[in-house]
Design a protein around this ligand. Sequence first.
Ligand code: NAD
Length: 480
Amino acid sequence: MTSASSALQARLFIDGQWRDGGDAGDFPVLDPATGETIARFPAATASDCEAAVRAAERAFPAWSQTSPRERSELLYRAFHTLRAERETLAEIIVRENGKAWADALAEADYATEFLRWFAEEAVRIPGDFRLSPAGDKRIVVSRHAIGVALLITPWNFPAAMATRKLGPALAAGCTTVLKPARETPLTAAYIVGVLDRVGAPAGVVNLVTPVPTGPLVAGMIADPAVRKLSFTGSTEVGRELLHACADSIVDTSMELGGNAPVIVLPGADLDDAVSAALQAKMRNGGSACTAANRFYVHASLHDAFVRRMADELSAVRTGAGLERENQLGALVSEVERDKVAALVSTAVDEGARVVVGGAALPPGAFYAPTLLDGVTHGSTITRREIFGPVTAVVAYDDVDDAVRMANDTEFGLVAYVLGPEHDALRVALRLDTGMVAVNRGVLSDPAAPFGGTKESGIGREGGSEGILDYLEEKYIAMNP
Ligand code: NAD
């Protein structure tokens, strides 16, 4: 296994070559647990971005014409390599993102599985051959790679969000330009390096980190060669990018913000509910678009639930992710930690009570596992994505009210329902989200369609749906 330090690749990757970038200088990549600079990454210029798009454009005709089996084999080789190097990948994730070791290792495995899943999907691209209802023609539908795909990823799952896009794009026959978050470019560079090592042809995968981001990304979107934008990140930035895509009618997939409700139903088993609630809240330190944001707990269980959650959260070991026994790592930056702290203090001003935690834990971007009780539905903390280890509990009496409060948001990514299975299913069917976890704290799976309704996004990643986002249908009419 390569050690993480020697595996750090802090360069752009364009047309099959690692490059130091133009004259825009570089930016530091920080370890959020210590504030130290781990690496300096080149700031890509407009001409670097242009070179990446041109390389992807040149590579597209040949790559899109490779056999599905050839694309599948490339992804399998990447899968096997990354699986063998999972600890190296996890270490890079911890160092630039700050998350706990167990979360990083889980992400490394999750990320790797997208490569296997899409290696399997590459050879199953569906088509159709039908007789028209009038019997006057054959309707032939074939699917083709859409073109050059621009892939923009966030910092919270720097590996999995990259492979969730690269896997289907490459399987479909698209060529790609990956733009990772400024906080976490090293993980993306490592994954791109693996694809290069296992034989991705020059230009099929490119990596840029443009500075300033907005204008240079807009420039790539305006390039006629770019036919697809797949974006994962905040709703605010997603909205801006949708506007940019409108001008050149670029196809978009949008995985945006969440505000996940958890409904604890009357009759829920307390042990099971607490265990699922902890997973839903604390996976990835709460920095997940799927993280439980608002807990609606039936009055009959409220006091016991709060006591049990308080005990569990007080026992969480917080500290540097590289110390493997720590269960909660740092937030990605002090800026993100301060956002969480501000939300908690606003919640207190609006009447919530801190039961556990409620404080930053310097040095480093740590925030204590926190439990807030007496939260009012409609208060700021129930409206905003917390993105940190803060559990906000609202008590309710009537299940219809809980459903109404759960749906009372512009977001619609995921919801959790904990309680007797049949009741939970009935509630799940009433929730306006793209995904619902019933009596589970985690639902992400490369084999399932991941995505949201309302302002949480457009399209689905993963599942058999995922590859379709990178394919375009062609209808050919023939005589019968
Ligand atoms: P962000 O929107 O700030 O950044 C996401 C990406 O967009 C980064 O690469 C960033 O550099 C880039 N970006 C920022 N401004 C841009 C601009 N003007 N033009 C083009 N690109 C720009 O989000 P973040 O803080 O990195 O990630 C957290 C957000 O991502 C949360 O809202 C979370 O819910 C969301 N998220 C969603 C999913 C999902 O699948 N729905 C998964 C993970 C994260």
